[in-house]
Design a protein around this ligand. Structure first.
Ligand SMILES: Nc1nc2c(ncn2[C@@H]2O[C@H](COP(=O)(O)OP(=O)(O)OP(=O)(O)O)[C@@H](O)[C@H]2O)c(=O)[nH]1
Ligand SMILES: [Mg+2]
Length: 214
């Protein structure tokens, strides 16, 4: 749940990058580190890694201030995708305002993607998030590789969920900002319905998004 400090006009939003091991969650926020800004961003914190693998989580803070002094901080987390780190995954997911599900496009990863998505639903429910209203977008990463699921098949498979689907090559920063922007947009809509960001604070969706992109 977003932390809204009304006295100081400060809103903190938690965004979580979820998905199977090696799908590119850490790579997504590494790319975002270079792509977002204007208002500012902090350093990318990688907590405990072993080679490539996230053992605990990564955190990238992104913040901006609107013209009328309203402060927004987005905390971007990645979970460790490896199956064995489920307890940590659940802890990181807790109180999330929005989730980007990063899938690996390679054909042989379909099962891992499906299992991880089920795991997301299960953990979300366990930490008290409403999976049906949770702002959620899906990204199929690693489009640069051979032996990937065709876009058409991905779209057909995900269409019934109604979730926005993006295709990315996070290693080169492609599709990363689109995924993030769409997620922030969904998060904004839910938060403004709850807190009246637009009416009470003059913080429109356009301003919110615009501050994030270079
Ligand atoms: N070819 C290719 N490789 C990628 C892409 N994105 C990430 N990778 C590579 O995939 C590997 C895993 O990426 P990470 O971002 O560490 O994956 P992760 O999802 O954070 O993995 P865990 O921390 O174990 O959950 C790294 O070697 C990345 O360089 C991509 O778009 N294309
Ligand atoms: Mg990682």
């Amino acid at each position: 749940m977003a932390d809204f400090d009304q006295e100081n006009n400060k809103l903190t939003v938690k965004i979580v990058y979820y998905g199977p091991g090696l799908s590119g969650k850490t790579t997504n926020i590494m790319s975002l580190h270079d792509l977002v800004a204007n208002g500012g961003r902090g350093d990318l914190m990688k907590l405990e890694t072993q080679g490539d693998r996230t053992l605990f989580f990564d955190l990238l803070p992104v913040y901006f201030q609107s013209a009328n002094g309203f402060k927004i901080k987005l905390k971007l987390f990645t979970v460790p995708g490896q199956v064995k780190h489920n307890a940590t995954r659940k802890a990181v997911l807790s109180r999330a305002d929005a989730v980007a599900f990063i899938a690996d496009s390679q054909n042989d990863q379909s099962m891992n993607n499906a299992m991880s998505f089920e795991n997301l639903e299960e953990n979300a429910t366990q930490v008290g998030l409403d999976f049906n209203t949770l702002p959620l977008v899906v990204q199929f990463n690693k489009r640069d590789l051979p032996n990937i699921i065709p876009e058409e098949s991905v779209r057909k498979r995900w269409e019934p969920t109604g979730l926005p689907v993006f295709f990315a090559t996070a290693l080169r920063g492609a599709g990363v900002l689109e995924t993030f922007t769409s997620l922030v947009q969904l998060a904004y809509r839910q938060l403004t319905a709850k807190y009246g960001l637009a009416e009470k604070y003059g913080l429109s969706e356009q301003v919110f998004i615009q501050h994030l992109v270079k």
